[in-house]
Design a protein around this ligand. Structure first.
Ligand SMILES: NC(=O)c1ccc[n+]([C@@H]2O[C@H](COP(=O)([O-])OP(=O)(O)OC[C@H]3O[C@@H](n4cnc5c(N)ncnc54)[C@H](OP(=O)(O)O)[C@@H]3O)[C@@H](O)[C@H]2O)c1
Length: 465
């Protein structure tokens, strides 16, 4: 996919770990490659553009700035940026110097007495203030968008939807959509004759495509007939391409609200699941479709299907979750609230906590930087990794809230978490620690459980969550 030509919103990523050879270190470069793979348009902010170009390649826009120098954070840098993942950090190196490729530091397995080579107050705190102040107007919570208000239709809306039934494949089903006092009525007769068995209404393709980035999903207000319907979104302009589908059950003659989380959409081609499809891309929606089909997925039958008359009323279609979806993901650190905590057994703490004074109060400044983000009014996620390593990753993660855990975690897994958090409503306005689960591999169920278990930050500082 050529990101440069897409009508996509920009993500603004602080790239970390530009090392001379680029192979080692850095959550930032891993975040960038994951974002590109997911079809995001990425602009990376770095201090050294030449080094960054070598590591990041050509598909990413690079801008040069320094968060400790507010005059470099110009409005042009933030233009069209819709989200920021910030992975900056004070440079720490072994006190006896690192290898040219920073292997000692990046490895995160062996211990080397560390030293900071920049003042953490400026990078972690003043830098965060500068960055948040410069980007704030660009990252305000998005309001949930009404996509179709069928009770108050515009002329354009009347021309947007049309029937698409199994007659295109030789069937004899028939449907239509018309406006009534309570919304849009999708109704007709569905028949399984001539190997048919589906009716649908679909929008024309939008030009330009609609950008739903920043929402968690689609909400429909419907009154049906007890049957199971499908809703589709399409991220390409092909008429007969991959659709992203969600099945929902209606309740006979009762208005209900259906929420369709983007993360639960299933990529399908003519009712068959497409295993290696591109992930759903919310910033490029070409069309919507409502369908009643005899089939569920992969030739399985729709358990709530019956041929004959059907009707589904729809009051509105809108997005939801925009207020909470994170727009600023900050990679901070486990341990930020521990220095000076009463009753803490320092000997049992990770080295970074024990060495905080020697590191010029690094953790205290990181905590203050977190507070800048939390009080900014921007929907955020603060991720506090335990000690990071260069291990391959792919492990399940363990989250905690309250800043008590210790352990290790792969930078790859933290990068994956940053990208997942962006699209995760439940990660909005949360602060949590993360470490690798050395026993288990990451699975979709595990991610689901992790995000489900997160508690919103309270009004009090997360020191006491
Ligand atoms: N190492 C660990 O075990 C560990 C554990 C938990 C949390 N963390 C934290 O996790 C974050 C990511 O870690 P990492 O290993 O990816 O870090 P890293 O490899 O040390 O990279 C730090 C990056 O921050 C950039 N940076 C520093 N000051 C900057 C400034 N003023 N303006 C713009 N960019 C600046 C650096 O840019 P240059 O390339 O120009 O130097 C560098 O690329 C950091 O905040 C780190 O403190 C680390």
């Amino acid at each position: 996919m050529n990101c440069a030509h897409r009508n996509a919103s920009r993500l603004y990523v602080y790239y970390l770990g530009v090392s001379p050879v680029g192979a080692n270190g850095g959550v930032g470069k891993r975040v960038v490659s994951r974002l590109l793979n997911r079809g995001y348009q990425v602009r990376s902010l770095v201090r050294d553009a030449k080094k960054a170009q070598k590591v990041l390649g050509k598909n990413v826009e690079i801008v040069t700035a320094d968060i400790t120098q507010p005059e470099t954070l110009t409005p042009e840098i933030f233009k069209d940026v819709s989200k920021i993942i910030c992975c900056t950090g004070t440079r720490v190196q072994p006190a006896q110097r690192d290898t040219p490729n920073r292997e000692k530091y990046s490895q995160g397995v062996n211990f080397f007495m560390p030293e900071v080579i920049e003042d953490p107050q400026f990078v972690e705190y003043e830098g965060m203030k500068n960055l948040v102040a410069a980007a704030k107007s660009q990252l305000q919570p998005s309001n949930n968008k009404i996509l179709f208000d069928f009770k108050n239709p515009t002329q354009d809306l009347k021309e947007t939807w049309g029937a698409l039934d199994d007659v295109v494949m030789g069937g004899v089903s028939e449907s239509s959509i018309c406006l009534t006092d309570s919304g849009a009525l999708f109704s007709g007769n569905v028949s399984t004759e001539n190997s048919g068995g589906f009716v649908s209404v679909r929008t024309r393709n939008f030009d330009p495509p609609i950008n739903l980035l920043g929402s968690a999903g689609i909400e429909l207000r419907v009154k049906g007939d007890g049957k199971r319907y499908k809703f589709f979104l399409r991220c390409e302009d092909k008429w007969d391409g991959v659709g992203y589908s969600y099945s929902f059950d209606t309740v006979y003659n009762i208005w209900i609200t259906i929420r369709i989380p983007f993360k639960d959409l299933i990529p399908v081609f003519r009712a068959n699941v497409v295993e290696n499809a591109q992930p759903f891309n919310p910033n490029q929606i070409y069309s919507y479709q409502l369908m009643l089909s005899k089939f569920e997925y992969n030739r399985e039958l729709n358990a709530k299907f019956a041929p004959g008359f059907f009707q589904l009323e729809v009051e509105y279609i809108k997005t939801y979750g925009g207020d909470q979806l994170p727009k600023f993901v900050l990679v901070s650190s486990a341990g930020v609230t521990r220095p000076g905590r009463p009753g803490l057994n320092l000997d049992a703490q990770p080295q970074i906590v024990q060495l905080n004074d020697q590191l010029k109060g690094l953790l205290n400044w990181k905590f203050k930087g977190e507070e800048v983000v939390r009080s900014s009014g921007i929907p955020y996620t603060v991720i506090r990794p335990c000690r990071m390593t260069e291990q391959q990753g792919g492990q399940a993660l363990i989250f905690d809230q309250g800043d008590n855990i210790k352990g290790i975690v792969s930078r790859n897994d933290i990068a994956e978490l940053c990208v997942k958090a962006l699209e995760e409503n439940r990660a909005g306005n949360t602060t949590f620690e993360a470490k690798g689960d050395q026993e288990n591999q990451a699975t979709a169920e595990n991610w689901e459980r992790l995000f489900n278990g997160l508690k919103l930050d309270g009004k009090k500082s997360p020191l006491t969550i």
